[in-house]
Design a protein around this ligand. Structure first.
Ligand SMILES: *Cc1c(COP(=O)(O)O)cnc(C)c1O
Length: 301
């Protein structure tokens, strides 16, 4: 690969608020691994790709919506590894493809559009068997890498920030695969999950499936009040916060995932919900391409 997924900087934020509250906040910049491809997605794909390269499967088939960071990451990773890839996209083919889907095609992914009602069966075995018949022998990766192998890959993220004494690791949560990976590591660091979907009540069941039950419940805290109305929903307040993060810390975020994470973390700090002396690490999971769908001029970066 022309980049190293195991190399991303940790940056400590400097702010009066943090000095006042006597704690530190650092950011693991997975967004700097690649300009388009989300950092955490490459980790989640790691073991799938390794298995595909070792096996007869030279084609990967996966799923996503028109703005899916997972689809772009898969398209990119397959190109880098000389694997063929097929993206099953939710919904009828639109007149103009989203920037995300254009990027997928640019990386050589073949797209197949399926009606929403059919797509929502994607976990259904008959549907998957049908796709495998249609496309030949291929390795199927669930949407968002939601699979124990995806969590095992996400667990590798911790290697980038080991032995730095962090007391809390915080991440935005979609499928919960990344947070499950953080919990797979056998240590006592607290893990904070900020769901970006509204009413996500099954995080614990998801983690149970993803880790095979190998996790400690008391390490996890879920902050479920920061979804800003639901998946990919936003408010002027969230966009203003993103611009402030940029002005004060030169930290670019996306409105679907990382902006909600940082908003939650700063809100908790203001409300004295972290003990003095905490050393907080936030995962910047990337995903900046999602901002392409915002009207021009919404953001300062
Ligand atoms: C997919 C994604 C997440 C969520 O990760 P999960 O493992 O699905 O919980 C977080 N941040 C970004 C930028 C993403 O693209």
């Amino acid at each position: 690969m022309p980049f190293n997924i195991f190399d991303a900087p940790v940056e400590q934020l400097d702010a009066e608020l943090l000095a006042q509250k006597k704690l530190s906040v650092s950011v693991l910049r997975l967004d700097q691994i690649h300009p388009v491809v989300s950092g955490n997605k490459l980790f989640k794909l790691h073991y799938f790709l390794a298995a595909a390269l070792r096996s007869q499967h030279k084609t990967i088939l996966t799923f996503g919506g028109a703005y899916s960071n997972h689809l772009v990451a898969t398209a990119f990773a397959c190109r880098e590894n000389d694997l063929k890839c097929i993206g099953i996209v939710r919904g009828e083919k639109p007149a103009t493809l989203s920037p995300t889907l254009q990027q997928c095609m640019h990386y050589g992914m073949q797209l197949q559009f399926v009606a929403r009602s059919v797509y929502d069966e994607k976990a259904n075995e008959d549907f998957i068997t049908g796709l495998q018949k249609e496309w030949g022998d291929c390795m199927v990766i669930p949407e968002g890498g939601y699979h124990p192998m995806g969590a095992k890959g996400a667990a590798l993220i911790i290697d980038l920030a080991k032995e730095k004494g962090f007391t809390h690791i915080c991440t935005a949560t979609g499928t919960a695969t990344t947070v499950a990976g953080l919990l797979l590591n056998n240590n006592d660091t607290s893990v904070i999950s900020v769901p970006v979907l509204k009413g996500m009540t099954d995080i614990e069941q998801r983690i149970h499936y993803l880790t095979g039950g190998n996790w400690k419940r008391d390490r996890l805290e879920v902050l479920d009040q920061y979804h800003f109305g639901g998946y990919a929903k936003k408010t002027p307040e969230l966009l203003a916060f993103m611009n402030r993060l940029w002005q004060e810390h030169r930290l670019p975020t996306d409105f679907v995932y990382t902006a909600k994470l940082f908003y939650a973390v700063f809100d908790r700090i203001k409300n004295d919900r972290f003990p003095e002396g905490s050393q907080v690490l936030c995962l910047h999971t990337g995903g900046l391409q999602g901002n392409n769908s915002l009207p021009e001029g919404s953001l300062l970066f």
